[in-house]
Design a binder for this molecule. Structure first.
Ligand code: DGL
Length: 275
């Protein structure tokens, strides 16, 4: 067994917000980021297509030496993770692991909500999958979950419109929809890795009694806890404090946009995913 980096996968740029928080907590490991920018966004795609794209990326990250892959994308976690864990991993390599971002986020919410009424804001695909609702119900059956699909929020972020007056309209509209449907909500999960870039606007329009929950910090701590509980996996990770970026689109475009998400310059390489 040759140790390797931790793989972080996303449909595009959103997973960079997860990678940033994981690296803040555990800078010692090597990381390999893969963004499927050529085929993003995933949020509007069917179950079958998201699964197909995600398993291709996981296979590639395994080939590149990763023993542990984090799906830093809610849509891929919602639509592909379970099948990959149950069907693909036993055949591909039972020693390797693929983890998602939904379970760690669902775990935290029980300690935060007082009213036991929780909102989820996410892509249409994540909301339609009901994965958050199911994960929260397993852990906290007393919590009522209301989901709001926000199809315009990812395009706003990707087109650098997150601070524009146009963003005000769409952010306010979806918050009002959610709170109208359940006025008792006191905690709202941002169930999309792009949404931390809209955080200031979301806080501006969210009623003051509502706690907004960006997920990156919970995902990072959950991974740290996982590695403490699984020393056999920790032993398979290299510790060179490096990060390499790969994209299925043109690297120049990726570099420009990724620096907006990470607030630092990156040098990506192009990669092709095969079926
Ligand atoms: N980053 C993805 C997520 O967390 C959203 C972007 C997309 O639709 O591809 O769901």
């Amino acid at each position: 067994m040759v140790p390797g980096p931790i793989g972080v996968f996303d449909s595009g740029y959103g997973g960079l917000t997860i990678l940033r928080q994981i690296r803040e907590l555990m800078p010692q490991y090597d990381y390999l980021y893969l963004g499927d920018n050529a085929r993003a966004p995933y949020g509007i795609r069917s179950f079958d297509v998201v699964y197909e794209f995600t398993i291709q990326a996981v296979r590639k990250l395994f080939q590149m030496g990763c023993h542990l892959v984090i799906l830093g994308c809610n849509t891929a976690s919602a639509k592909a993770l379970r099948t990959i864990q149950q069907k693909d991993l036993p055949q591909l390599d039972p020693q390797r692991r693929v983890l998602g971002v939904i379970r760690p986020t669902a775990e935290c919410v029980g300690q935060i909500t007082q009213t036991r009424h929780v909102g989820i804001m996410a892509t249409p695909g994540t909301i339609r999958s009901h994965t958050y609702r199911m994960e929260i119900a397993k852990l906290y059956p007393d919590i009522k979950v209301t989901g709001e699909a926000c199809p315009m929020w990812v395009p706003l972020v990707e087109n650098h419109e997150a601070d524009s007056p146009g963003a005000d309209y769409f952010v306010q509209k979806h918050i009002e929809n959610l709170m109208y449907r359940d006025p008792k909500i006191d905690s709202v999960i941002l169930g999309c890795t792009h949404y931390p870039l809209l955080l200031d606007k979301i806080r501006q329009f969210m009623p003051s009694q509502v706690t907004v929950i960006p997920q990156g910090d919970y995902v990072a701590h959950s991974l740290q806890d996982y590695l403490r509980r699984h020393p056999e996996m920790e032993a398979r990770l290299t510790r060179g404090a490096s990060v390499s970026y790969y994209t299925t689109e043109h690297p120049v475009t990726f570099n420009e946009n990724a620096s907006f998400f990470l607030k630092s310059a990156v040098q990506a390489q192009r990669i092709v995913l095969e079926s």
